[in-house]
Design a protein. Structure first.
Length: 89
């Protein structure tokens, strides 16, 4: 296995990891901004009020994006296993 092959595998792994995490991070960011705006508007600084909606938004996002995330993850794993003979040389 050449260093170029290793760099290509690591680069592709990081790209797939980014795309798998991006939807959940975007949902968490949007929920955090929305909750913060509501807290600023109402002057309510309760920790349960900020934590529970963020967790619910994250869970809903996870349930919505889980099939897509599994499909992408399985496609990447399949491509690694299909090219395993090429990587072993």
């Amino acid at each position: 296995m050449t260093p170029d092959t290793v760099v290509d595998i690591v680069r592709h792994t990081l790209i797939v990891s980014f795309w798998l995490a991006a939807p959940l991070l975007a949902i968490a960011f949007a929920a955090g901004v929305a909750i913060s705006l509501v807290q600023i508007a109402t002057s309510m600084q309760d920790t349960a009020f900020s934590t529970i909606p963020r967790l619910v938004a994250f869970l809903v996002g996870l349930l919505l994006f889980l099939p897509w995330m599994l499909q992408r993850s399985m496609a990447y794993t399949t491509s690694i296993f299909e090219n395993l003979g090429r990587y072993a040389r």
